[in-house]
Design a protein. Structure first.
Length: 248
């Protein structure tokens, strides 16, 4: 049974009359995970920002179904750089999005998220005193704290070392599963697309559009997928398609 959360239809976007996206349409079910893969400049970030409501829609329609009427509560975006509040301590950077909870529930939730991210002992520190990787973990914790039905990831693991990247991918996937959140992950990496997505939309540039869709059959979840027999053959097939998508 389909339970559609997001519908994107005939979406187009231009900057200074230069087309960045053209006729992008897809739907996303509740709890579904989609990776958006494509060469540099094909409009992945623009698509994500439109879905997040960070830039206004010019052409086409984006509908979040059954959305909470309070603005900003239906999706949580995680960017490549952390975008923290440097004048708030680590724990306050998370509790600020939990103002609707009673104080004790808020504290428990902040503590649980910091522990899950492996930065519990930094709760009382300033963000500027954290390492780059720890700051990104905090940004992930803050986005997950929102318990939004839709998580939007714009390469948030790109600046992490490979081990931390794998850990954070798995934490985000586990948390999304527990909350029943759907996920759209923008990435340049076929490996990351296969780890995060159950469905992969491959885009082409000039103008940015969806070119191919892949539904890899990988029984495991998260980084454990690398052990599935189909993982590397699927990676090879999609890498080849990505090269063709990027060809002039
Ligand atoms: N604010 C802006 N003003 C003008 N042009 C923009 C703006 N944002 C994006 N563009 C242009 O729109 C196109 C798509 O950009 P976008 O950042 O969405 O691509 P992308 O696929 O995310 O790229 P990358 O993988 O390199 O991050 C590019 O040609 C880019 O130069």
């Amino acid at each position: 049974m389909n339970d559609i959360l997001l519908s994107v239809s005939g979406l187009g976007h231009g900057f200074d009359a230069r087309p960045a996206l053209q006729d992008v349409s897809f739907a996303l079910n509740r709890g579904e995970r989609v990776a958006i893969l494509g060469p540099s400049g094909c409009g992945k970030t623009t698509l994500l920002r439109l879905i997040a409501g960070l830039i206004p829609v010019q052409t086409g329609q984006i509908t979040l179904l059954g959305a909470n009427p309070a603005p900003g509560t239906n999706s949580a975006v995680i960017f490549q750089s952390p975008r923290l509040l440097p004048w708030r301590r680590v724990e306050e950077n998370i509790s600020i999005v939990l103002a609707h909870l009673p104080r004790s529930a808020r504290a428990a939730r902040v503590a649980a998220l910091l522990a899950r991210m492996g930065i519990a002992e930094r709760a009382g520190d300033w963000p500027d005193d954290l390492s780059g990787g720890q700051r990104q973990r905090l940004a992930l914790a803050r986005a997950l704290a929102m318990q939004a039905p839709l998580l939007l990831l714009d390469e948030p693991f790109a600046n992490l070392d490979p081990l931390a990247r794998e850990q954070m991918q798995d934490v985000v996937l586990a948390q999304a599963s527990e909350e029943g959140s759907a996920l759209i992950a923008v990435t340049h990496s076929v490996d990351e697309a296969l780890i995060l997505g159950d469905r992969i939309l491959l885009m082409q540039a000039q103008p940015g559009r969806i070119w191919q869709e892949f539904l890899p059959e990988l029984p495991s979840q998260g980084s454990a997928r690398r052990k599935d027999a189909a993982f590397y053959p699927t990676l090879a097939t999609i890498s080849e398609a990505l090269h063709r998508a990027a060809a002039p």
